[in-house]
Design a binder for this molecule. Structure first.
Ligand SMILES: Cc1cc2nc3c(=O)[nH]c(=O)nc-3n(C[C@H](O)[C@H](O)[C@H](O)COP(=O)(O)OP(=O)(O)OC[C@H]3O[C@@H](n4cnc5c(N)ncnc54)[C@H](O)[C@@H]3O)c2cc1C
Length: 385
């Protein structure tokens, strides 16, 4: 493949800025343009739920800088793409051509409000976090819909402010990703921190207009000053309508971050790794993947070999003051091998053997460099039968 003259990246966040930096590092000297929809430019999202909800000073520390690299930034949403003519149209009426396109438009929060129902709160952007922080300052009670990592982080922020908070989900806290064993421990820890959990028998619906509560399938109705939906994310693919690039899961990519359309690559939360008959399609909307895929998409756009795997299985979260770092495949099914410490004491190093022969290493409330966890995951053997 001949190296492309111009590269266009759509999405100015972690995957997009990583790709831009890597394109220049790899020697791309031609035109490089980023189209981004957010007026704040690129910033880091993990601190939104961990520190921004508590501390307004944190707003100033989130920027993902482009390190003075030579890139044109257009701050307007992409509204359409024509992959035959190789152009992208923006909301402010520009038409930007490209030789290679990197799709990095991430995801938005999945919403549960009925059409026309006002006042649903979510947490995906800096503006969402600011709005939520302002509401937390005056809230006497809160409900969080969704007990995944984001829901538990938001509930932790409520509890840290002394706000009584109820988390509602059909599955126990973090069970879908961390499995039974850690879910039980985390539920107990969260409860000790004042986070109440209600296991619903199905989907909760938001009540009130503006939203002021939830209704559970068994008829229970709950109300609170603050109701926050943390029900997962929806890939931002509306602007790709008609291109055949996207489906329900997002933009399908292979190990080189290539899509099914020549000259188009994708990275980060907008993507899923296409299955190959032995493996199912797999979404992994985490920080380390956006970085790994930003680099891979940059290399592939220049016709170079991928610098590493297109999915990097490192993830972390913070629940009720406890940090959990994980390297390896999720979910964590069955019992772990305890390498050090004990989960009930809130400090443990654990490994899980996965069905595909890989291992997952977890530092639970224990400070461990990610490199050490990677080494542990790489060397752990399955426990004896
Ligand atoms: C509150 C929160 C906490 C998190 N905590 C963790 C954590 O602890 N650990 C972890 O591993 N991961 C965490 N994540 C996930 C992590 O932040 C994401 O995986 C990462 O941000 C993905 O980066 P991305 O660049 O692919 O997408 P995004 O960060 O979603 O960025 C996509 C960008 O594209 C823009 N865009 C969308 N559509 C268009 C369009 N049509 N035109 C132009 N621009 C567009 C968006 O405005 C956005 O700026 C967290 C996420 C959130 C929201």
């Amino acid at each position: 493949m001949t190296a492309p003259r111009s590269v266009l990246i759509v999405g100015e966040s972690l995957a997009g800025t990583t790709a831009a930096r890597h394109l220049r590092t790899l020697g791309h000297t031609g035109p490089l343009t980023i189209i981004g929809a957010e007026e704040h430019g690129a910033y880091s999202r993990p601190p939104l739920s961990k520190v921004v909800l508590k501390d307004p000073a944190a707003d100033q520390t989130l920027g993902l800088v482009l390190d003075g690299i030579d890139v044109d930034v257009i701050r307007s949403a992409a509204v359409a793409a024509d992959t035959r003519r190789r152009t992208v149209t923006t909301a402010d009426g520009r038409q930007v051509g490209y030789d290679a396109l990197i799709v990095a438009t991430g995801a938005d929060a999945r919403r549960l409000a009925a059409p026309g129902q006002r006042g649903e709160l979510v947490l995906r952007t800096l503006d969402d976090a600011r709005q939520l922080r302002a509401r937390l300052a005056h809230a006497g009670s809160a409900i969080v819909v969704g007990a995944g990592f984001l829901g538990m982080e938001v509930a932790s922020a409520c509890a840290a402010r002394g706000i009584p908070v109820t988390v509602v989900d059909a599955d126990r806290p973090l069970e879908r990703i961390l499995g039974d064993h850690l879910s039980a421990e985390i539920t107990a820890r969260a409860s000790a921190h004042g986070i109440r959990f209600i296991q619903a028998t199905g989907f909760a619906t938001l009540t009130g207009d503006p939203v002021s509560g939830v209704a559970l399938p068994d008829g229970t109705e709950l109300t609170a000053d603050l109701v926050v939906t943390c029900a997962g994310e929806a890939p931002c693919v509306g602007w790709l309508a008609g291109t055949g690039l996207a489906d329900r899961l997002g933009v399908g990519i292979d190990h080189a971050c290539a899509t099914t359309v020549p000259g188009v690559f994708a990275a980060g939360d907008v993507t899923y790794l296409r299955g190959d008959g032995t493996r199912p399609d797999r979404r992994a909307p985490f920080w380390s993947n956006a970085v790994a895929q930003g680099r891979t998409a940059a290399a592939s756009a220049l016709g170079l070999p991928p610098p590493g795997p297109a999915q990097d299985d490192y993830f972390w979260t913070e629940v009720a003051g406890l940090t959990v770092k994980i390297v390896g495949r999720l979910p964590l099914l069955g019992e772990p091998t305890t390498v050090q410490g004990s989960v009930s004491d809130g400090r443990a190093l654990l490994t899980w053997s996965q069905a595909d022969g890989t291992s997952t290493a977890v530092a639970y409330g224990l400070r461990r460099p990610v490199a050490a966890l990677r080494a542990l995951a790489a060397t752990s053997l399955p426990p004896p039968p």
